[in-house]
Write a protein that binds this ligand. Structure first.
Ligand SMILES: Nc1ncnc2c1ncn2[C@@H]1O[C@H](COP(=O)(O)OP(=O)(O)OP(=O)(O)O)[C@@H](O)[C@H]1O
Ligand SMILES: [Mg+2]
Length: 372
């Protein structure tokens, strides 16, 4: 997203000059009073820099800056004034937290440089904030999966105990049924049916547990991921979107391990699967949208591929998709998914690459050191 500068001045002639000066290089919005400026700021989310005249009727530039500092603290504030007395400057800095104090009449070259710098600073701050937010989000989503998996894992022991007691109870009930049957009564049969019911519920619990469990027992050290478990958990995290958007084909036989933390590999697969789902056209029938996940061994390397039959990545974007903040998604894309994923895979000594899917679409190939 490119951010705009909002220029505020009660002198309309200045607004026109300012707009003409910047129109070709940065997006400019103007307001003729502090109140109008606040209304513009409240209505939009693309303003990065506020440049305001000091002397205006109603609300001074410093007062406006003070309001903006409270309501939109990220917006960079600059004050322009012909009356550069010390008190105004101190007030502007202390109360309005202004970034810069510029003299009027302005020098066009100097003003341009200041506005450009301020916009660049704002963009960098926003990107940094976005990066931090995104990292927290991915960690939270996958972390939650891991927490659920370990809780369920802990439930396995008491479930085993219940199964043992049910077994004992079933034996006793059968004896009881035999004895009661000899006397012509059916109390033992009723008990047997109750035990069968409890057993069925336990089997159902086991199915649920299996659904969310990561095989922690098969993962003695933290940098060993069972690829099948990670893929299964990832698909569960996006199951709702998956059902709406695509048909999924998974060819990941058990027993494939990679030298990477399961949480890390999970972040990567979650990013790649999310991208694939977002790429698959919503207008196409679910049966025609395919997401394919495969794993293979190539010597000491484990190759995990996530392929879709969406539009694919155009040639002139191929070199850039792994760049931080490169995105083609108008709404909500931060352009960090692939950059973070590539970093994670490389930190584990692997590679993340993009190739075309045969017949159209994008295939992301994760190469990692395999576990023997
Ligand atoms: N499977 C895919 N098919 C087509 N294009 C893709 C695919 N995966 C990624 N891309 C392209 O690469 C760009 C960068 O992807 P990346 O995951 O880094 O960011 P994003 O998805 O745009 O945003 P975010 O991941 O932060 O939501 C995407 O905007 C898109 O243009
Ligand atoms: Mg993405």
């Amino acid at each position: 997203m490119s951010y705009r500068v909002l220029y505020v001045d009660d002198d309309r002639a200045n607004l026109i000059v300012f707009e003409a000066m910047f129109r070709s290089e940065v997006g400019v919005l103007t307001a003729a009073s502090g109140a109008e400026a606040l209304a513009v700021l409240a209505a939009r989310d693309d303003i990065g820099v506020l440049l305001t005249d000091e002397r205006m009727p109603g609300m001074t530039g410093t007062q406006l800056a003070e309001h903006v500092a409270a309501a939109h603290p990220d917006v960079i504030r600059m004050l322009v004034t012909a009356y550069s007395d010390l008190d105004t400057a101190l007030d502007a800095i202390n109360r309005g937290h202004v970034h810069q104090f510029l003299r009027k009449p302005w020098d066009a070259t100097e003003l341009r440089a200041h506005v450009r710098d301020a916009l660049a600073l704002y963009t960098t701050r926003r990107q940094l904030g976005e990066l931090q937010r995104r990292l927290r989000e991915v960690e939270r989503v996958y972390g939650l999966g891991v927490v659920v998996a370990s809780v369920v894992h802990e439930l396995r022991n008491p479930m085993g105990v219940i199964a043992g007691y049910l077994d004992v109870a079933r034996g006793a009930a059968e004896e009881l049924a035999a004895a009661a049957g000899a006397r012509g009564a059916d109390h033992g049969g009723e008990l047997g049916r109750a035990i069968d019911g409890a057993w069925q519920a336990l089997v159902r619990m086991d199915e649920i547990a299996r659904g969310v469990e990561l095989s922690t027992r098969r993962r003695p050290v933290d940098d060993h991921a069972d690829v099948g478990d990670v893929v299964a958990l990832t698909l569960r995290l996006v199951s709702r979107e998956l059902a709406r958007r695509a048909t999924v084909h998974v060819d990941v036989p058990p027993g494939h391990g990679a030298r990477i933390g399961p949480t890390q590999l999970g972040q990567v697969t979650l990013n790649l699967v999310t991208n694939a789902l977002q790429a698959l056209p919503e207008a196409r029938a679910t049966g025609d949208n395919h997401l394919r996940i495969t794993v293979a061994r190539d010597g000491a390397t484990l190759v995990l591929e996530i392929a879709d039959n969406g539009p694919g990545v155009p040639d002139d974007h191929k070199a850039r998709v792994f760049d931080p903040f490169f995105t083609t998604k108008a709404a909500g894309g931060t352009g960090l998914g692939l950059a973070i994923s590539k970093q994670i895979v490389e930190d584990a000594g692997g590679r993340l690459r993009l190739r075309d899917t045969d017949g159209g679409g994008a295939t992301f190939r994760i190469e990692l050191p395999a576990v023997e």
